[in-house]
Write a protein that binds this ligand. Structure first.
Ligand code: SAM
Length: 250
């Protein structure tokens, strides 16, 4: 069944107003008619089964049939702060990371990031990445669309550290000591509802200075196992481990 996200103010106790691109999708792509059922989420705290009531000029009016339980969000809030990778790898990270339950993504200008975003480019890119996140959230039946934040320097990201309960950075050097337990140790401490911030380096990894800065700011250097993962694989490993630990193993 088709799923649509609406702004909170477009959903009240009885009905949902659908605007914009989704109206075209409902009318032209899906060719729906009155009485057809869809699922709507207010991207916050409600997912509802709805029935299309009528088509107006630039909106579709659907009546709420019933609220649906939403079990598609991870029990912990995961933020992926990804140092800009090359090419369209960030598209991949956002699409797959959304399917795997990430709550938000923060692009980071890593010292060794080859890619640089200039002001004009950034707005367009964030818009495109947000569209990828919305489509992946619809496809994976998420009740929330992950937020795509603006580009951060590492310093700016570190300034925000108090917004999170647990701070980690994926650091392959850490695993060289043979100790790969950091992730399991943090998972054992983390409670449902808490937030974890994971920082991942670019293809060239973190510089020594970046690793020291993160460590001194209280970020735990974390091994993702004995193999070197591509920058775009690392967040997939993390999110899969979170889902296994917090959703499947309990
Ligand atoms: N040092 C790597 C190399 O030799 O190719 C370069 C960085 S790796 C391709 C990209 C990023 O993925 C790293 O900065 C790190 O954040 C993460 N990563 C990859 N493998 C990892 C591992 N085994 N443990 C922790 N982080 C890892």
């Amino acid at each position: 069944m088709q799923r649509y996200f609406v702004a909170k103010e477009q959903m009240n106790d009885h009905m949902v107003l659908i605007h914009g691109e989704d109206v075209k999708h409902i009318t032209r792509v899906m060719r729906m008619t009155e009485g057809d059922q869809i699922i709507c989420s207010n991207n916050f705290d409600r997912v509802c089964l709805c029935e299309i009531d009528r088509f107006e000029d630039d909106q579709v009016v659907a009546l709420i049939v019933e609220d649906l339980p939403s079990k598609s969000e991870l029990p912990v809030n995961i933020t992926i702060a990804q140092a800009l990778p090359k090419g369209d790898k960030l598209d991949y990270v956002i699409q797959k990371g959304t399917e795997l339950g990430a709550a938000q993504f923060i692009p980071v200008q890593g010292e060794r990031s080859i890619v640089k975003w200039d002001g004009k480019k950034e707005g367009k890119r964030i818009e495109r990445l947000s569209k990828i996140a919305k489509e992946a959230a619809e496809q994976s039946h998420r009740s929330r669309i992950p937020a795509i934040e603006s580009l951060h320097t590492l310093e700016k990201l570190i300034e925000r550290k108090n917004e999170f309960d647990h701070l980690l950075f994926a650091y392959e050097e850490e695993g060289k000591t043979g100790n790969h337990k950091q992730l399991a140790d943090v998972f054992a401490k983390a409670e449902s509802g808490e937030s974890l911030l994971f920082v991942i380096g670019p293809e060239g990894g973190f510089s020594e200075a970046e690793a020291v800065k993160l460590g001194e700011a209280g970020f735990t250097p974390t091994s993702l196992g004995p193999r070197i993962l591509r920058a775009e694989t690392a967040p997939m490993y993390i999110l899969s481990a979170v889902s296994y630990y917090f959703e499947l193993e309990r």
